[in-house]
Design a protein around this ligand. Structure first.
Ligand code: NYM
Length: 202
């Protein structure tokens, strides 16, 4: 779409479990606040909504939901936040998002009987990120960072399939950071950020 001066940037962090997304999101939000850039954190799934609570029940193994149905719930959980996201972006607020549709596709497509194409469909039309920061950590290294919890999907074989799917989804505007080799939010990244500060293609 048209790029309008003054819009916020939509910046997404992706990666496997334990890759450090949440920490990096927090650090970036704090840095932008220090720079007096209007910023709002988001995370998906957003477990605070009614749909998010169903997803939470599913992830914590309190509830079983059919695989296609839960995929659509994850997507619906993004769509229900879109009006708020668009309003903020248009008012000049930068959004730092912990997981987005790429997680949705990569996790479901790691299950038996799902194609990437089918998984992409419900998220088509979501606001397009200006930048996706992919935290590159092998599932083996991620497992060494701490024990996987009891949540669904937290097994090394699942994480390996998820990591492969992320590689298949990689687009030209993704920035890949090798987590093992130092901090993500560094000088070169700041340059990238300033490059997409002008707007958000939606
Ligand atoms: N997850 C996350 C999905 O399976 N589909 C999605 O659309 C999203 C956003 O939920 N293992 C999975 C990935 C994680 C789990 O994420 C919960 P987090 O960041 O640990 O709350």
């Amino acid at each position: 779409g048209t790029r309008m001066a003054g819009r916020g940037a939509l910046i997404v962090f992706e990666g496997c479990d334990h890759s450090g997304k949440t920490t990096q999101c927090r650090r970036l939000v704090e840095w932008l606040q220090q720079e007096q850039i209007p910023v709002e954190p988001f995370r998906f799934p957003d477990r605070t909504t009614a749909i998010g609570q169903m997803i939470n029940g599913y992830l914590s193994n309190k509830q079983d939901i059919e695989d296609h149905a839960v995929h659509l719930l994850f997507s619906a959980n993004r769509w229900e936040l879109v009006p708020k996201m668009r309003t903020l972006l248009e008012s000049g607020t930068t959004l730092i998002v912990d997981r987005y549709a790429y997680s949705g596709v990569s996790f479901t497509a790691a299950k038996e009987g799902f194609t990437i194409d089918w998984c992409k469909n419900p998220d088509r039309g979501l606001p397009r990120p200006d930048l996706v920061l992919y935290l590159n950590l092998t599932p083996e290294a991620a497992a060494m960072r701490g024990t996987f919890g009891k949540e669904r999907y937290e097994q090394t074989d699942m994480q390996l399939r998820v990591a492969k799917n992320f590689q298949l989804l990689k687009e030209s505007y993704w920035q890949v950071s090798d987590v093992a080799h130092g901090p993500l939010v560094n000088q070169s990244w700041h340059k990238t950020y300033q490059g997409c500060d002008q707007g958000c293609s939606g």
